[in-house]
Design a protein around this ligand. Structure first.
Ligand SMILES: C[S@@+](CC[C@H](N)C(=O)[O-])C[C@H]1O[C@@H](n2cnc3c(N)ncnc32)[C@H](O)[C@@H]1O
Length: 160
């Protein structure tokens, strides 16, 4: 995930659905010292758990936020990158979530989506591409197999 996302020092990264924070620490470390991971989860309990876990790991650059990926509380062009792993299938309106991700990412911003079986909400790469591309995200590449993969998209550079 980190390889595909390519987080760099100083960047602002959005993590959607961090859960207990399996991926959060490694990205927080990559963007140190001045970058920040904004971790949005619908469950307040996850945000609280994440706060405690990342503090314990020594990361001071993670902001857990209770929120919904279908209505992100951030202005346009806020982030250099975003990622969501085993989250997409839990979101009722996935196209709306991609629309939001496209909105909050800067032109040229990267998005990595991870999915794997046996997650009961597994989304195939084909479905993922269809939903993301409809919202203007550009598929770049993926690693893995049909039953477990990470896929990378980008927001096309602004036409202006
Ligand atoms: C299966 S867990 C995955 C956690 C983590 N990404 C991982 O791979 O270990 C899914 C997480 O997505 C969150 N989630 C589900 N729907 C969401 C939504 N609409 N907006 C934000 N987070 C959501 C859940 O609360 C849960 O923490």
């Amino acid at each position: 995930m980190r390889t595909l996302l390519g987080p760099r020092s100083g960047e602002r990264i959005l993590e959607l659905g961090p859960g207990t924070g399996y991926y959060t620490g490694t990205i927080a470390q990559a963007v140190e010292p001045n970058g920040t991971v904004y971790a949005v989860d619908v469950q307040q309990a996850m945000a609280e758990h994440l706060q405690a876990r990342t503090r314990q790991q020594g990361h001071r650059n993670v902001e857990p936020i209770r929120g919904d990926g279908q209505r992100l509380p951030h202005p346009d062009d806020s982030f250099d990158g975003a990622h969501l792993v085993l989250v997409l299938g839990e979101i009722p309106d996935q196209e709306r979530a991609f629309n939001e991700l496209e909105r909050v990412l800067k032109p040229g911003g990267r998005l990595v989506v991870g999915e794997s079986l046996p997650d009961p909400h597994f989304v195939t790469l084909k479905m993922l591409r269809r939903r993301a591309e409809r919202q203007g995200l550009q598929f770049e590449n993926h690693i893995g197999t049909r039953v477990g993969y990470f896929a990378r998209f980008t927001v096309p550079p602004s036409a202006e």
